[in-house]
Each structure stands twice: as structure tokens, then as C-alpha cells.
Design a protein around this ligand. Structure first.
Ligand SMILES: [Zn+2]
Length: 209
């Protein structure tokens, strides 16, 4: 497991109130940094637009984790918050409201949202792997026949031809030989079948290279 995965898992493992506290705190910090006089030295990426981008990228990640399932609300809320910051900046003597800033906020929101989607998809895949199904009933037999999990050689037939595919991982039916494949295993059987179909074509010129 990489360092980033550890950080993500560690952070997402915190209770919800901690996420909301971090999100709210970060929102206040962004507001404070935005309204401070330009002369005050403050943490910066060196370019105003990338400051906006980074701030709203991080806010989106924190908000998405703090309010799971309410991503649309978090995104629209943060965009409104960005607009509010610009409006408030127009009242300060040394800062000003800019459409470009709001655009940089929006780009940060969008990228943050994409990262959230990716992390969620990955988490779902890990959940799938972890879900330990302990039994499965054959979908083809329809009579409650229990399938066995493991690796079994399978015989693929096409007309009079038959070929073996070795150690196919998944759930196997002892009665009808139906298989519920593990991820990526079905393709091996499909490839074998395809090869047999090609070999059965009598005219060799019809075979693809
Ligand atoms: Zn069966």
C-alpha cells in the first residue's frame, strides 16, 4: 500500500464530526486569507489563480468526505462561497473581485470532484474484493445447486471441437459446469472459443491475421 493510500485510508477512517470540523476550519482559513490585506505575508503558491485553485480543490475533497452522498450540495455551496469571497473582496481596500478568481475556484472544484469519484470507485472495488461471499447457488440449474469456489479446468466446446482452459478461477457448478467467473477470467474462455470458431472456418482466406 502506497503512502497516499495510507493517508487516504487514515483520513477517511476519522469520525464524521472530525471531517466536518476540518472542512469548516479550512473554509474559515480560506476566507481569512482571501480578505487579509495584500501586504500581509501569507502562505501562497506564488500565483493568485493557483492559490484559488488549490484552496477549492482541497475544500472539495474535505467537503466531499465530510458530507458523503451530498456532493452536489457541497459543489454548489462551495461555488457560492467562492462568489461570496469575491464580493467581500470588492469591499476591501487592497483586494478586488475577479471573474478569473471564480473560474480558478470552479476548476479546483471540478478537479476535486473528479478525484473524489476516482477514490470512491477504488473504494467500491476494494469492498467488492473484501465481500466474502460464502456460498452461491447455480443460476443455470434453478434448483438450489450449490456452486464450489476455486480453480477448475473448464472444457469449452464448439461444434465437435473441445478445448481445455486450465485453472479457471470462480464459482463452478458441479452439475451443469456453469461458471461465475472471477474478474478477468471469463475473457480466457471467450478467447479460446474465438480461436476455435476461427479454426473451424473452412476457407483459410477468411481467417483474420
Ligand atoms: Zn448448475
Amino acid at each position: 500500500m502506497g503512502l497516499l493510500d495510507s493517508i487516504i485510508e487514515g483520513y477517511t477512517g476519522l469520525p464524521l464530526w472530525a471531517h466536518r470540523l476540518a472542512f469548516g476550519g479550512c473554509m474559515l482559513v480560506v476566507m481569512a486569507l482571501s480578505l487579509m490585506p495584500a501586504e500581509v505575508p501569507m502562505p501562497s503558491t506564488g500565483w493568485d489563480k493557483s492559490n484559488h485553485f488549490l484552496a477549492f480543490f482541497v475544500l472539495t475533497l474535505l467537503g466531499g468526505v465530510a458530507y458523503p452522498g451530498r456532493t452536489a450540495l457541497v459543489l454548489t455551496g462551495l461555488l457560492a462561497y467562492g462568489a461570496l469571497i469575491e464580493v467581500l473582496q470588492s469591499f476591501t481596500p487592497s483586494r478586488s473581485a475577479e471573474w478569473g478568481d471564480l473560474l480558478a475556484d470552479a476548476v479546483g472544484l471540478l478537479l476535486g470532484w473528479m478525484v473524489l469519484q476516482l477514490v470512491r470507485m477504488q473504494a467500491q472495488m476494494v469492498d467488492l474484493k473484501r465481500s466474502d461471499i460464502t456460498q452461491m447457488v447455480c443460476p443455470q440449474c434453478h434448483n438450489g445447486t450449490e456452486m464450489h469456489y476455486g480453480k477448475q479446468d473448464m472444457t469449452i466446446t464448439h461444434g465437435a471441437m473441445a478445448r481445455q482452459v486450465f485453472a479457471v478461477s470462480g464459482w463452478h457448478c458441479p452439475v451443469c459446469k456453469e461458471c461465475v467467473f472471477d474478474l478477468g477470467e471469463g475473457i480466457r474462455c471467450v478467447e479460446t472459443l474465438e480461436a476455435m470458431i476461427l479454426d473451424s472456418v473452412p476457407d483459410k482466406s477468411l481467417r483474420s491475421a
